[in-house]
Ligand binder design. Structure first.
Ligand code: CA
Length: 432
């Protein structure tokens, strides 16, 4: 098995087999591109400037001094693959170039705790799908009853909506509970105030590399050439706001206040050993959605909730990405079949990842069955929804033979809502 001179433990998310890309910042310096190896971040701008990536297709471009991955994402699969091979060579235990150059190593390697991770890309557009049959069935059952759970279109096309790119934040960013309208069951009128049913959604997102020209769809067989890599996503959701606003056009304010992502983007190439078939698709999709190869990946996913007062974490979800019904390639093909153009740095996400068992549900809505079956917490207490001060953390990894390819985590703590009068500036307006 390939090993680096930077030692990694078997449970480390960042062995030489991974080499994800991210944007890091050291105090007093400009943000730039790095890769994660063990407990370190390797400054790729220095590797590039030293000429060590010459011959890969990035030379002369200063691509890793950029404060976003967009320019690198735009270069496409053959350049990504060459850079990745070169980095694996440079970090190999048998390659002396970096291993034996102490002066260079001191400058180029930073301990992870000494850097701040930023958003990996300037995200132009964000689209969120709804690709888990279990999730769609659970939500449909709760909102419309068992007989009408799955809408007739669901098994024919990947359902999605255009999300909000401006409020995507990196892991560690606190999230403020939103204010909004909700309509209590026993009332004819809506009320205004802090969200009372705050939720998370466990998802996987992918960043788009090269885009397509307006008017030219991306065929499903070529769709993965447009996918740079994957991140963990928490699509924070205000269920009470959503229930009142979602008809007839779908979620709006219930989803636009924050979406958290993990900072390291895992190259699709790193995930190849974990490629697998998704669930059987019945009925057979229309020809433009027939991928013709295994389109899913086996990725272990866990969600932890940690209340501020006890500080004790509880694992509330344990599931897998390979439950997802629609594949990444099918979703990219469907997104662009109209000729809609997608661009480098765009983010798309899978939708909530739920499995068939209770502990595999990827949202509080499903875990607590809309508040009727609260989740018991280690250290006492229970949760139907997320409370102020709670920290929600998602972790994900692929388990290889003696190594892991991991995402690290995406984490966020909930802050109390703003005072209603401060926000509206009008005390009367609060009492709608
Ligand atoms: Ca979602």
């Amino acid at each position: 098995m390939k090993k680096s001179f930077i030692e990694t433990k078997p449970e480390s998310h960042f062995p030489i087999q991974n080499l994800p890309y991210g944007i890091f910042k050291v105090t007093g310096q400009r943000p730039r591109v790095g890769t994660a190896i063990g407990d370190y971040v390797l400054d790729l701008s220095l590797i590039e400037q030293a000429g060590l990536l010459d011959g890969t297709g990035v030379e002369g471009k200063n691509i890793f001094s950029s404060p976003s991955l967009n320019p690198f994402m735009a270069l496409g699969r053959s350049v990504w693959s060459s850079v990745r091979s070169k980095l694996q060579y440079l970090l190999d235990e048998n390659t002396s170039i970096l291993r034996d150059d102490n002066n260079f190593r001191v400058q180029a390697f930073h301990r992870m705790e000494d850097v701040t991770m930023l958003l990996p890309a300037e995200i132009g557009d964000y689209t969120d799908f709804y690709a888990s049959k279990e999730h769609a069935t659970n939500v449909g059952t709760m909102f419309r009853g068992k007989d009408n759970a799955l809408m007739p279109n669901w098994t024919h096309l990947p359902i999605g909506y255009h999300g909000r790119a401006s409020s995507i934040v990196p892991s560690g960013t606190p999230v403020r509970r939103p204010l909004g309208q909700r309509k209590p069951k026993d009332s004819d009128y809506p009320v205004f105030g802090p969200c009372t049913q705050l939720d998370f959604e466990l998802e996987i997102g992918w960043f788009i590399g090269p885009g397509n020209n307006l008017g030219e769809p991306i065929p499903v067989q070529q769709a993965e050439d447009h996918v740079f890599g994957l991140v963990l996503v928490n699509d924070w959701s205000a269920r009470d706001i959503q229930a009142w606003e979602y008809q007839p056009l779908g979620p709006f304010l219930a989803k636009n206040f924050a979406t958290s992502i993990s900072p390291w983007v895992l190259p699709l190439e790193a995930l190849e050993p974990f490629r697998t078939a998704g669930p059987k698709q019945e009925p057979e999709p229309l020809p433009y959605l027939q991928q013709g190869k295994n389109g899913s990946f086996t990725i272990n996913l866990e969600v932890y909730l940690t209340p501020e007062n006890t500080g004790k974490e509880t694992r509330i979800t344990k599931t897998n990405f390979n439950y997802m019904y629609w594949s990444i390639a099918q979703q990219v093909a469907h997104h662009t079949i109209t000729g809609c153009n997608i661009r480098p740095g765009d983010m798309q996400a899978s939708g909530t990842i739920s499995g068939p068992h209770r502990e595999e549900r990827g949202s509080m809505l499903e875990l607590s069955w809309r508040g009727t079956q609260p989740v018991q917490l280690n250290g006492g207490g229970e949760r139907s929804w997320i409370e102020d001060g709670d920290t929600l953390t998602i972790s994900g990894w692929c388990q290889g033979d003696g190594y892991r390819i991991g995402f690290g985590e995406v984490s966020g703590q909930i802050l109390p809502a703003h005072s209603e009068t401060n926000v509206t500036g009008n005390e009367a307006a609060v009492k709608i």
